[in-house]
Design a protein around this ligand. Structure first.
Ligand SMILES: [Zn+2]
Length: 142
């Protein structure tokens, strides 16, 4: 099922952990509505990145899956408002965060996570907060 022109529901719900543990990661209607908004935000990101392929590594996570990957229950992944992605044809995750920060793409939180991927969330009141999270903790992205 396509959420938007370039993003499918499957991309936002697929999880190797869910498959391995037999967790049903099907979103409820509220999360599905949020996923439509998240995919729409990711279309803006994709366009900003010049239309390169964007690989979603984690999108929606039901509470059981979210707990299984060691994330907090307050994670925006649980509500379908966040996703983690890379776009290697554009550049490194750090490069992407730096450029998105300077763009006019709306986002709630933009996080350079563990040196490896970009976490982005979208909400009705986008805060445009950019952070780095790694084994040293959480801090403003700089
Ligand atoms: Zn994330």
């Amino acid at each position: 099922m396509n959420l938007t022109e370039h993003f499918t529901l499957e991309e936002f719900t697929a999880s190797q952990t869910a498959a391995r543990l037999g967790i049903n990661n099907t979103p409820d209607p509220e999360a599905l509505a949020n996923l439509h908004n998240t995919a729409a935000g990711m279309e803006l990101v994709r366009t900003f990145l010049g239309g390169v392929p964007v690989k979603i590594s984690s999108g929606y996570r039901c509470l059981a899956l979210n707990a299984a990957v060691g994330s907090r229950t307050t994670s925006q992944h649980v509500t379908g408002c966040a996703c983690d992605f890379t776009a290697p044809e554009y550049g490194t995750p750090e490069h992407i965060v730096r450029d998105l920060m300077a763009s006019d793409v709306p986002y709630d939180q933009l996080i350079f996570e563990f040196g490896t991927w970009v976490h982005i969330s979208f909400s009705p009141q986008n805060r445009r907060q950019a952070l780095t999270i790694d084994h040293d903790g959480t801090r403003a992205f700089a």
